[in-house]
Structure formats: C-alpha cells, structure tokens
Design a protein around this ligand. Structure first.
Ligand code: SAH
Length: 556
C-alpha cells in the first residue's frame, strides 16, 4: 500500500501551490511560431502533500469559544477563530452547505465520504463547481484556488491534439463520424487549444461531426461557450443539452451534464479527453479492522438474508469512513489539524470517523477487485483503501464507446481516450489521498464545505481494469509519467522552435522556458512526475503502441 500521497511535494515546492506563477501564458504555437496570443496566467493545481487528511479528528469536550493567537504553517502568528454560536446559542456553520449537510446527518446519521464529496463539489446550491461561481468566484488561476496544465501553457493542449491527430491517422483517417468529447473542461482552454491545432489538419477537422463538453457547472459552461463560440454566439437548449457553434470551423458544440447524455453509435469515432476530471469524482474510504473471535459476524443494516453467526477466530473486515460534525466549539488544536493543512481556514465543521459496523459500501466495494482483496494478506489490519465508483463508470463508458459492449456491439472499434491526472502509476491502491485546496493552500477537506476544492488521487489501475472489463474491443496503454508523455510528443522540440524563432523578448523567453520546465519537472512532487497519462484504444493485440506511450507515428 502506498504511503500518503505526494508527500514529498510541499517540501520541494515550498508551499501548497507552489512555484511562482508565470506572469503570462506564452503562446507556443505548434505550427506557426508567430501566433502569440497571451491569456491569463496558468499555473499548477492541487499538487500538494496529502498526509493524514483521513486521520480521525480528536474529539474534545465543548469549551467556550475564544479567539487566541496561534501560528500558521509558515510560523506566522494569527488569531484563530473557534467555531461560533449565534445569538440563540445555535452553532454557526461556516457555509450554508455545511448547515444543510449537518441537518441531513442529524436526520439520516453519518454519511459516506463520497456523499459528502459529491455535495461539496456538485450540489445545486452551494457546490464548489456548481454553486457559488457566479458570485465572482473562479476556481482557476492566480486569484482562484488552483491552476492546471492547460492554463500554464497552450503547448499542453496542442500536444494532446497532436496525439488525437496521430490516432486519427493510425486508425485510417475516418472522413465522418468523428467526435471530440471532453469531460470536466474547466474554462475550456484545453479544448480551445486542441481545436485550434486540429484545424491545421483540415481533413481531420472536416471529419468532426460534433464536439461534446461534459460539464456539471452552469457557470463554467458559459465561460466555455464564450471562449469557444464567442460571447455573442447564441446558445439553444434541447433535451440533449445546450448547443452552440464553435468559432473554429463552425462545428456544433453540445454541453451535457453527464457523459450518458451523449448518444452512442457503432459508426462513431469518439476522441475523449479527460484532464483533471477523475480526481474530482467522489471516493469512498475504508480501513481494514480486526474483529475479535467472539463477536458476531455483522450484517449490513438492510441484509435480512441469513442469521448472524459467531466466528471462531478473529476476522479482517472493511469499515467505511463516514462524515460526522465536529464537536461544537472545536478549534484546529482540539481537532488536531495536521501540519500539512493551513490553519488559516476556519476549524473543520466535519470530521471522518470509522463506522462501527459494516455499511452497504464496506461489504460491496472492497470486494470488487483482486487488488483490493490482496490488501488483506499484504497489509492486514489498518490497511486503507479508497474506491471511486464513478471512475469505473466513466472508464467503462469510454471503453464501450470506443470498443463496443455486449449491449451495444461495435463491429469495428474506433476512437481513443486520453486521460491525464495525478495518482500512483505503479498499480498501488490510493489511500489517504483526499485533499482540500483553497486559495492555493492545502486546507482541511472539512473546512468551509462548498468553498474548498476537494480531490483525490486517481486509481489508474482501477481505470484500466474497468475499461477492459467493460469492452473486449479496447486495450489500455500506460500510465506513463506526464514528463515522458509530453517529451515523447515533442514538447522540447516545440519549445526550441519557439525560442529559436527570435520573436520573444527575454522576459517572454523566461516565461516559455518556465512553463515547459514546470510541465515536465520530474523532481519530487514535480508535475512531470506526479501527473500520469493513460490511453484507451481500440483492441489491437498490443501490436501498435500509441505515440507518447512508446510508439511511433503510424499512418494507417
Ligand atoms: N480540465 C480542466 C478543469 C479541471 S477542474 C483543466 O484541466 O483546466 C474539474 C472540471 O470538472 C471542472 O470543469 C468541473 O466543473 C468539472 N466537474 C467536476 N465534477 C464533475 C462531474 N461530476 N460531472 C461533470 N463535470 C464535473
């Protein structure tokens, strides 16, 4: 089992997010070194240490809340605000969503971590992505919470586009039925860079029937539409989603809330992009406990199939981490907020506790994969495990679109998915990787729910397993480190080309070089090492490795 994720990273970078922001995003046009549109700064997202975010908070008896001076993670003193009460002696929650969650927990009992994450990220009211963006909040960029690779340099999107162009060529240059699908497109920057690049290959551009953007956030949908179609472009609504027309070649763009709303057909060739999407999907977290010999074998609350029996020897059983409110008047001290998390956020409203008995999820999810089952013998009591059911659903959907499935056979598999995100690349199971990010700092994932970005390591091995299980028509390549992928795709040559063009000022050259170095940084916690790339392709008995994953350009 893996140790806490990305642990060395903060040390290397110095702060949660992290290296200084590049002043500008420098255009590194792939084919024309003259293109130099400059947009907002791009920098890194969520690359932070993850120690003990799943650690249980220490409960303390209620004591009268009072301000006191404490030190933040850099040693700077500040006044800590304990959780407050209102005039009627009622507990004050840090956000309206926290109050709503607390009321729900009071009614239903503790909730699984996945339910908490889902509400925090995508609840209609107050969700991080879906709620308060319109109120002048933007998750991305210097004034937001985090920054992502496409926001650092347009070369990132250009190379992703080239990867899809290479696949389109290798798969016989289809003349119709091609669609581009992006899940979790953020500001739309990556798709904009990809479409601009693909339009330098007119035959492929002509083959694209539609672009689909899977986006949960209504506000980000508008940001994406403005970028890809122009502010004045009309948007229409249908049962399928929202429609507009792209400024790149007039191709139709459709926005949907989930990938299930995008039609599937055997004649389609879907090229699917997922960058920093999977890390935002809700996870369940479990711990393996040893249950004493004399204790009755527990049953799920809704299981009335067989009477409980006594065990004759201790057994190892999975227990689920559930979310409960912290005691009133809690402080960071009383909750033992780990040193990796900033204490500048208010004390957490919630904490994780281990469910005393099994839950529906603890009986089912840890049993789904031999990798999870192996933890019993390899690690034993105390083993931690994170499972992301939505990751498997999305991976299976991608695979079925590319390779067909029993329900929807596809005689000739076609298309490809490119997934870039952070998580272990060695097949180990993510554990203890939940993290909260606010204003470029690591904070408690239970502080200011709905205002704090939540994410977790992506289980690439589970992704591969779900894809190949869902469709016999696909194969998976990777994960490989982002640095290896981008270098194989020619990032060094692109940057050299731009630098040799002689059109940049010395400051611009520094920005271009800095962005490149950042994307391929293989140092501890560097983006080139922490982020991985994985590809899902039509089944080919492994005969053709895709470019970027050890293969060469092939024209099929
Ligand atoms: N890919 C972009 C943005 C990453 S942030 C980039 O790299 O810059 C995550 C994105 O996924 C946001 O656009 C967010 O609104 C979207 N998102 C998060 N959870 C989602 C869900 N369950 N369904 C659809 N979109 C989701």
């Amino acid at each position: 089992m893996r140790s806490p994720a990305l642990g060395a990273l903060r040390g290397a970078r110095g702060s949660a997010l992290k290296a200084p922001f590049p002043a500008q995003r420098r255009s590194l046009s792939l084919l024309h070194t003259t293109s130099q549109h400059v947009t907002a700064a791009r920098s890194t997202r969520r690359l932070t240490a993850s120690a003990a975010s799943v650690g249980l908070s220490r409960s303390q008896p209620y004591s009268s809340p009072a301000q006191r001076e404490v030190k933040d993670e850099t040693g700077k003193p500040y006044l800590e605000q304990p959780q407050q009460q209102d005039d009627h002696g009622e507990r004050k929650w840090s956000t309206p969503l926290a109050k709503q969650l607390a009321e729900a927990i009071e009614t239903t009992g503790p909730i699984p971590l996945a339910s908490y994450m889902r509400m925090c990220l995508t609840a209609d009211i107050g969700g991080y992505y879906t709620g308060a963006l319109g109120e002048g909040r933007d998750p991305f960029g210097r004034t937001g919470d985090f920054v992502t690779s496409p926001e650092i340099s347009q070369v990132f999107g250009e190379l992703c586009a080239i990867w899809f162009v290479a696949e389109w060529m290798a798969q016989g240059r289809k003349t119709r039925g091609v669609e581009l699908i992006e899940v979790g497109p953020g500001r739309g920057t990556l798709m904009d860079d990809m479409l601009r690049t693909i339009h330098r290959f007119p035959a492929m551009a002509k083959s694209i029937d539609a672009v689909y953007m899977v986006e949960a956030s209504p506000d980000l949908r508008v940001v994406q539409k403005n970028l890809l179609c122009g502010e004045d472009a009309p948007i229409t609504e249908s049962k399928a989603g929202y429609h507009s027309v792209c400024k790149h070649g007039g191709v139709p763009i459709v926005w949907t809330e989930t990938i299930r709303s995008i039609p599937i057909g055997p004649e389609k060739t879907p090229f699917i992009m997922a960058h920093e999407f999977f890390d935002a999907l809700p996870i369940h977290a479990f711990q393996l406990v040893s249950v004493p010999a004399t204790q009755s074998l527990p049953r799920a609350p809704d299981d009335n199939s067989s009477p409980s029996t006594k065990t004759s020897h201790p057994t190892l059983q999975w227990r689920e981490f559930v979310v409960t409110p912290t005691p009133p008047g809690s402080t960071h001290d009383s909750l033992n907020t780990p040193p990796t998390q900033s204490r500048l956020s208010p004390p957490p409203d919630f904490q994780l506790t281990l469910s005393p008995g099994p839950t529906r999820h603890s009986l089912h999810l840890p049993d789904l994969s031999p990798r999870y089952r192996a933890l019993k013998s390899a690690v034993g009591a105390g083993a931690l495990l994170e499972v992301c059911p939505d990751l498997a659903l999305y991976a299976a959907d991608f695979a079925a679109r590319i390779g067909g499935s029993a329900a929807r056979p596809k005689p000739t598999p076609s298309g490809a998915a490119l997934i870039l995100d952070y998580g272990p690349g060695d097949g180990s199971v993510p554990a203890n990787s939940l993290r909260g990010i606010r204003a470029h700092r690591r904070v408690s994932p239970f502080s200011e729910p709905g205002l704090t970005d939540l994410s977790a390591d992506v289980d690439f091995a589970a992704l591969a397993e779900a894809a190949t299980r869902a469709s016999e028509g696909v194969e998976v390549h990777g994960p490989v480190r982002q640095a290896d992928f981008l270098e194989a795709m020619g990032i060094r040559e692109r940057v050299d080309m731009v630098l040799r063009g002689g059109r940049l000022t010395p400051e611009q050259e520094t920005v271009v070089r800095g962005a490149w170095e950042r994307l391929v940084d293989r140092g501890p916690g560097g983006m080139g090492k922490v982020y991985k790339a994985l590809a899902i392709l039509p089944e080919n008995e492994g005969r053709r490795r895709p470019v970027g994953f050890g293969g060469d350009l092939v024209d099929g």
